[in-house]
Design a protein around this ligand. Structure first.
Ligand code: ZN
Length: 427
């Protein structure tokens, strides 16, 4: 079993490689990266004119299984991931039941082994039922395959519980991922608190709802030494605080979603629930700060926060709609458009944000084309025009604000353990 990806421009941040070469994968592992590799009997993929990168890692997705299979399943979510160029995804525990036990973690691992076409890594809950009170079975979940802990969807509001959780995370050497939102400050809010929310008469969520929790948690991270990660960072102050903590040498990191660097509250379509998510689309200044964080290295990873909701739930009044949008299939194209084509990031740095960056947070043993590494490869184009039609999505849900957009560049093919699991139909 072998495949050779020929003649592409290989960009591998782990080795700072940027040159035209072949990538050979044998028995599911990288066997070599060099020009004109001889590979008798191997399947061939012509990547001339394309970028060949280590398989992309999305460290923040919601696959909705078990419990919400009408919105997404591990199988459908994995297909959307593959079509987005992702070879590995980490799934948040806010399923039904919540992934706060060995039983649920093992169930996800087993379902993924049977049904997923990409690698799926479960994230265990910090607290039982993500209720924020009692710590879950962290050690057992780690043994069963959990790669991090988080109560995402909800924050851990109680600082004492968060401190204890960080101590456990540290002793199990797991990253602890926080959805930073002070629920008392955000209560009742549907969008960012600013000019647009006032204009539309909608209740706002102030940036401070995120900032106060980031500040508190960074102090707790200093106290405990935990590997602390801020999910979907969205404000100027939060980016500045994470930068400060990293400069002080704390093992803290953060991720940014494509929607938070591609859109601000001023670009929302009024009362359109496809623009409703948490944290909300922020001000133009916040969006700029998130972009600056991606450029400067304060932000370690681009993560989608892929959050499927079926049409029936998103087709209600704005205030009643759930928060979240799908994002796996548009992430790379949005990053190319807003970061690379906009001349803010090099291609090398872009690939880093999808590979070595998330790998540094999650430590999955991936994100590199080094010989012997898992044979996961993302092949993408930077200039081919294509149109995103959400009705063609592999996701079971359709909640995207980017439907109908024409993009320049995006995923072309996805290889997982040496197997071509997805390729774009020729136009
Ligand atoms: Zn969240």
């Amino acid at each position: 079993m072998s495949i050779v990806i020929q003649n592409g421009r290989v960009i591998d941040p782990a080795s700072q490689t940027d040159r035209v070469a072949d990538v050979l994968i044998v028995d599911g592992r990288i066997a070599g990266v060099a020009p004109n590799l001889s590979s008798p009997g191997a399947e061939r993929f012509d990547a001339t004119g394309m970028i060949v990168a280590p398989g992309f890692i999305d460290l923040h997705v919601h696959l909705r299984e078990p419990g919400f299979e009408h919105a997404e399943t591990i199988e459908s979510g994995s297909r959307a991931a593959a079509a987005g160029g992702f070879t590995s995804v980490c799934c948040m525990p806010n399923t039904k039941p919540v992934n706060d036990s060995v039983t649920v973690t093992s169930y996800i691992v087993e379902r993924a082994r049977r049904n997923a076409i990409v690698n799926v890594f479960p994230i265990g809950a910090i607290t039982k039922g993500s209720a924020g009170v009692e710590l879950s079975a962290i050690g057992g979940m780690k043994e069963a395959g959990a790669v991090a802990i988080s109560d995402d969807g909800l924050p851990v509001m109680n600082a004492r519980v968060m401190r204890r959780a960080m101590e456990f995370a540290r002793s199990y050497d797991l990253p602890i991922i926080q959805h930073c939102e002070d629920l008392n400050l955000s209560a009742g809010g549907d969008m960012h608190e600013g000019a647009a929310s006032v204009r539309w008469g909608l209740r706002g969520i102030p940036s401070a709802a995120e900032d106060v929790m980031v500040a508190r948690d960074l102090l707790l991270a200093q106290l405990t030494g935990a590997r602390y990660h801020v999910a979907h960072i969205s404000t100027r102050n939060s980016v500045a605080m994470v930068d400060y903590a990293r400069r002080r040498g704390l093992p803290v990191s953060c991720e940014a979603t494509p929607h938070h660097f591609a859109l601000s509250d001023g670009e929302m379509a009024a009362y359109d629930s496809n623009y409703k998510m948490k944290p909300p689309l922020r001000s133009a200044g916040d969006r700029e700060a998130v972009t600056e964080g991606l450029v400067a290295g304060t932000v370690s990873a681009i993560a989608t926060d892929h959050a499927p909701h079926p049409g029936s739930e998103k087709m209600q009044e704005f205030e009643l709609c759930p928060f979240g949008i799908i994002g796996l299939e548009t992430a790379l194209a949005l990053a190319l458009e807003h970061l690379v084509h906009a001349r803010k990031l090099s291609l090398m740095r872009l690939v880093e944000l999808f590979t070595t960056g998330p790998e540094s947070v999650m430590r999955l043993g991936r994100g590199t084309l080094a010989t012997g590494a898992p044979g996961d490869v993302t092949i993408f184009a930077t200039d081919v025009a294509w149109k995103y039609d959400v009705n063609q999505s592999f996701s079971r849900s359709r909640n995207s604000p980017f439907d109908g957009r024409t993009f320049r560049g995006g995923p072309v093919a996805t290889v997982v353990a040496g197997e071509l699991v997805w390729r774009r139909d020729k136009a």
